[in-house]
Design a protein around this ligand. Structure first.
Ligand SMILES: Nc1nc2c(c(=O)[nH]1)N[C@H]1C(S)=C(S)[C@@H](COP(=O)(O)O)O[C@H]1N2
Ligand SMILES: [Mo]
Length: 319
């Protein structure tokens, strides 16, 4: 573990969303000058390393929750991204080292038309704002305004074969830039997977943005998975490879502790983690230590949309 020191960003320095918006206008002006050389993405944003780049042409979605979103500051400063350390503040402190350009996503396996997508191409999919409730297996939750496109858009282009039963997501492994991968907490690269019908569900998002800017590194730049009815760890960050496969893959957390983290990882208040209850949660930024307990909902409140995927499945056994 990297020697623990005070977070590099002091609370007084944490940019409020308002300040960030004003600063961004300034950044945008600078980027406009670069646009000719760097190449524009649709909506006029420039896909560039480390810049706060605005995404435009984002449609609203009926899948968004009406709950109050967490602040930009909450969403970017309280994270799990173990490649950068296990402390909640580590991703914000160290993820600037992640190299996000150039970036490609290889899509392969049981598909008729395997394809390597450049980031510029992925940003051409119709982008939607999806305000989702997110629930970490540790017991905290946030409401996050993601920007992205449905995973099924990728699948349509590569045409999965009849043998494709699962989809595996492989994330970036940059040991020179990731202080956390020196620790044997997980097997690297971080791998997640979904059953193909879960992946094809319209709620399953490939996120490229947060609020109206491209994803900050600590949130999984430049592209990550978002599966709102499952515990947060299913939503793998910084994806470089997607494999359609026949057999159920072993996911990173299962390899680390199979009795604690199952393949399905559906949010379920009735199935406790062996070391703690999953019945309640704490909403970051809103619930204090003495707030009344907030009840966790089955499938994180997305049961109307996803419960049918699990009809007849024993959710205690397949947790
Ligand atoms: N590559 C990678 N992806 C990851 C993780 C990680 O350690 N590495 N942590 C997961 C966990 S446990 C959570 S709760 C979410 C948290 O990040 P977010 O708030 O940006 O979704 O990211 C998930 N994706
Ligand atoms: Mo998590």
């Amino acid at each position: 573990m990297p020697v623990k020191r005070a977070a590099e960003i002091s609370p007084s320095e944490i940019t409020s969303y308002g300040v960030y918006l004003r600063r961004r206008e300034f950044v945008k002006a600078g980027l406009a000058a670069l646009a000719g050389a760097a190449g524009l993405v649709p909506g006029g944003a420039v896909y560039a390393q480390g810049a706060q780049v605005k995404l435009a042409g984002i449609r609203k979605s009926g899948y968004s929750t009406l709950e109050k979103p967490n602040s930009f500051s909450d969403v970017t400063n309280y994270n799990n991204y173990y490649e950068f350390g296990t402390d909640k503040a580590d991703p914000a402190s160290y993820a600037h080292k992640l190299r996000t350009r150039p970036w490609t996503v290889v899509v392969e396996g049981e598909v008729k038309r395997p394809k390597t997508f450049g980031m510029e191409e992925l940003l051409k999919f119709p982008l939607e704002e999806r305000i989702y409730r997110m629930r970490c297996v540790e017991g905290w939750s946030m409401v996050i305004p993601w920007v992205g496109f449905e995973f099924s858009q990728i699948a349509k282009q590569v045409e999965p074969t009849g043998k494709a039963k699962f989809v595996e997501f492989v994330t970036a492994y940059q040991p020179e830039n990731m202080p956390g991968v020196r620790l044997p907490v997980l097997e690297w690269p971080y791998i997640e997977a979904l059953r193909i019908d879960e992946a094809m569900h319209p709620l399953t998002l490939m996120a490229v943005g947060l609020y109206d800017q491209m994803l900050p590194n600590q949130n999984g730049a430049p592209i990550r998975l978002v599966v709102p009815w499952k515990y947060g760890f299913k939503s793998a960050k910084s994806i470089v490879r997607i494999r359609f496969v026949e057999k159920q893959p072993k996911i990173a957390w299962e390899k680390a502790a199979a009795h604690e983290y199952g393949f399905y990882s559906n949010v379920n208040p009735d199935v406790d983690h062996p070391r703690w209850s999953q019945a309640t949660e704490r909403r970051i930024g809103q619930d204090g230590l003495f707030s009344p307990k907030r009840k966790t909902l089955m499938f994180n409140g997305y049961g109307d949309q996803v419960a049918s995927l699990y009809a007849g499945l024993d959710l205690r056994k397949f947790f």
